[in-house]
Each structure stands twice: as structure tokens, then as C-alpha cells.
Design a protein around this ligand. Structure first.
Ligand SMILES: Nc1nc2c(ncn2[C@@H]2O[C@H](COP(=O)(O)OP(=O)(O)OP(=O)(O)O)[C@@H](O)[C@H]2O)c(=O)[nH]1
Ligand SMILES: [Mg+2]
Length: 340
């Protein structure tokens, strides 16, 4: 037995080829609607395994069909509850839904992840709803890419809608939000200065504002304040789209249907105005550019770091025999001699 197993192993050309075949099978299964295969491919992407490039290429032709909805806002404003309710409305319309919850909280405790799962419980009992929580692992730059790739897998799988929940309104979340076709910014009364939080790039990404927790006092005042800001901003930018400001009480499923109608209106606006094409072109450009940068730097760094001379250089720099500025120029000069 031991002999024959050794023989089998010896006819396998390489472990890499083996894995490529498995990937190919997984892609075929995903395209045929296997949830298990989708979960496995997502895990490969999440681990930032370079082999994900192989299968993402095969999935790509099947993408571009899902409407990607971003839901962002400060912690605790009700994003997960809203996601759950929006998902229910979509399911009543017989649309299939994928949810990516990007959670910046500690990957060690997983507390918030568990909370999200509980709040999204109703939707998650449904086989046509696929929910994936992702922790940031302190690598937000990579997370925007990973999120974009996970969206592509869900899109390729055939989800009609992919909802991406991100917490916070910093630059990294803005990056993630840019992968969405429609982005909702969720605010809630009594959670600090919501208007203040609208400064950092939020107005740039918000296609729609939701004032959730409208059962609490201060909701109407917040709606008015946000509307004024939107109006001012739209006038300055001469924007063709004015972000509507809607009120919801997500826990009681109030305002969810009008919200979905507003999302649909935005989607129609994108399609009819030609904006969808433009936005997706820009997105494709950015994505391809960042892939290109990554690939170039990986290849170039392999060359530079592969020969061990880099460490000698560091010795020279630390002994002040050389300086890092000139040295970097020299290295690049040897790799691209024509540029000099
Ligand atoms: N009063 C009230 N509470 C709500 C409403 N919507 C959500 N909540 C509650 O607010 C809390 C936070 O809701 P989540 O849906 O987890 O909020 P979140 O924005 O996803 O939170 P993080 O993902 O942790 O940032 C929960 O206890 C919800 O039950 C609402 O409309 N009114
Ligand atoms: Mg949440």
C-alpha cells in the first residue's frame, strides 16, 4: 500500500498543479451555484493567497451583474439591522443576496462579529442569503482589495445584490465604499456629532443618507441638518444627483421599503445617466492599476532582495558609507537602465 501511494504521488507533476486543478474545480462549482465552493474561494482570497489571481481571472467574465450596495456609518448606528431588513425586502422580491460585513474590531475577541451574526440571524437562515464577516487584521489597504475580490466571487456566483457593511468613515472605509455602486451613509441621533463625522470624505461617497433610530429624539433635527448640508454640497458641485435623506427605525422595520425604492431610484439614475458605465470604468482602472503596481513591485523586489546584496547595502547605509536616497535611485537605475 505504501508503495502504491508513493507511485501515485510520483505521477503528480507538482503540488502547485494539483492546487490549480482544485481551484479550477472550485470555480466551476461556484459558477454552478455551490455555496461550499464559494466559501472556500473566499477563504483563499481572505488569506491573501497569491493563487487567488488564478481563479479570480476565471470568475471575472461572470461578474458585473450584481448591484453592489455599500452601507457605512459610525459604530452602532444600526447598519447590520438595516442590512438585515433590506435583505428581507430583497428576498420578498425573490432577489438573491450576498453580505460582506467588514469589521474593524479586534479579530481576537470576535465579539462584534458574533453580534452581527445574531442581528443578521433572520436573513442567514435563508439559503439564498450568504453572509461573510471579515476582520481587518490591521491591514486596511489590503482589505479594500480583498473586499473587492470577495464581492466579485459573490457576483460571479450569481448574487443579484451584494451588500457591504463597513464601520466608520475614515479614508480606508471610503476606499471600500468606492467598490459599491450605491453607498448609504447611516447616521443616528444622539451618537456624538454626526454632522462633524460627515466631513472626512463622507459627502464624497454618500448617494443616500439614512437617519436611523428615528424613534429617538433628535431625528428630525438631524434630517434637516443633513438635508441642508447635502443641498449646499450639491450646489457647490453642481451635482446631478442629490442624496436623499431618509428616516428609518430599523429594529421595527420602519422605512425599509421606501429606502429600497430610493436605492432603486439611484440605480436607475446611474444606468440612465451613463454614470454606472463611467463609475465602473474608473473603478476598473483603479483596480487594474493597483494590481499592476502590486505585480511590478513584487517582481522587482524579488529581483532586488533575491540576491542578498540588499543586506550588504543596508550594512553600508547603517555605517553611513552610503545614503538610502542615492542608493534607491541606483538600484532602480540598474533594473531600468533605459530610464537613466
Ligand atoms: N432604538 C433603536 N435601536 C436600534 C435601531 N436600529 C438598530 N438599533 C439597535 O442599535 C444597536 C446597534 O445596531 P447594529 O445594527 O448592530 O448597528 P451597527 O451599525 O451594525 O453596529 P456596528 O457594526 O457595531 O458598528 C442594536 O442594539 C440595535 O438593536 C433603531 O431604529 N432604533
Ligand atoms: Mg454591524
Amino acid at each position: 500500500m505504501a508503495d502504491s501511494s508513493r507511485k501515485i504521488r510520483s505521477v503528480t507533476p507538482s503540488r502547485d498543479l494539483d492546487i490549480s486543478l482544485i481551484m479550477e474545480d472550485l470555480v466551476a462549482e461556484v459558477l454552478q451555484g455551490s455555496v461550499r465552493a464559494m466559501a472556500r474561494l473566499i477563504a483563499v482570497v481572505e488569506n491573501e493567497d497569491p493563487r487567488s489571481f488564478e481563479f479570480l481571472g476565471s470568475i471575472y467574465p461572470h461578474t458585473g451583474r450584481a448591484h453592489v450596495l455599500g452601507i457605512t456609518g459610525s459604530p452602532g448606528t444600526g447598519k447590520s439591522t438595516l442590512t438585515d431588513k433590506i435583505t428581507s425586502v430583497l428576498r420578498r422580491q425573490e432577489k438573491t443576496v450576498g453580505v460582506v460585513a467588514v469589521d474593524p474590531s479586534s479579530p481576537f475577541t470576535g465579539g462584534a462579529l458574533l453580534g452581527d451574526r445574531i442581528r443578521m440571524q433572520r436573513a442567514s437562515g435563508d439559503p439564498d442569503v450568504f453572509i461573510r464577516s471579515m476582520a481587518t487584521r490591521g491591514n486596511l489597504g489590503g482589505l479594500a482589495r480583498t473586499t473587492a475580490d470577495v464581492i466579485k466571487i459573490m457576483d460571479g456566483f450569481g448574487k443579484d445584490w451584494v451588500i457591504v457593511e463597513t464601520v466608520g468613515v475614515g479614508q480606508d472605509e471610503v476606499e471600500i465604499a468606492k467598490t459599491a455602486d450605491t453607498t448609504i451613509v447611516v447616521l443616528a441621533p444622539g451618537l456624538g456629532d454626526a454632522i462633524q463625522s460627515m466631513k472626512a470624505g463622507v459627502m464624497e461617497i454618500a448617494d443616500l443618507y439614512v437617519i436611523n433610530k428615528a424613534d429617538r429624539s433628535g431625528a428630525d433635527a438631524l434630517v434637516t441638518e443633513v438635508r441642508i448640508r447635502v443641498e449646499q454640497d450639491a450646489q457647490i458641485k453642481k451635482a446631478a444627483w442629490r442624496a436623499p435623506v431618509l428616516k428609518t427605525v430599523a429594529v421595527e422595520d420602519q422605512g425599509t421599503e421606501p429606502l429600497l425604492e430610493a436605492i432603486e431610484s439611484h440605480r436607475s439614475f446611474l444606468e440612465e445617466s451613463g454614470r454606472l458605465k463611467k463609475v465602473r470604468r474608473e473603478k476598473t482602472r483603479q483596480e487594474t492599476l493597483s494590481l499592476l503596481k502590486e505585480e511590478i513591485s513584487r517582481n522587482v523586489l524579488e529581483k532586488i532582495l533575491g540576491n542578498g546584496r540588499f543586506d550588504d547595502l543596508i550594512d553600508d547605509i547603517i555605517a553611513h558609507r552610503k545614503d538610502p536616497y542615492t542608493s534607491v535611485k541606483e538600484i532602480v537605475g540598474t533594473i531600468f537602465p533605459d530610464e537613466e
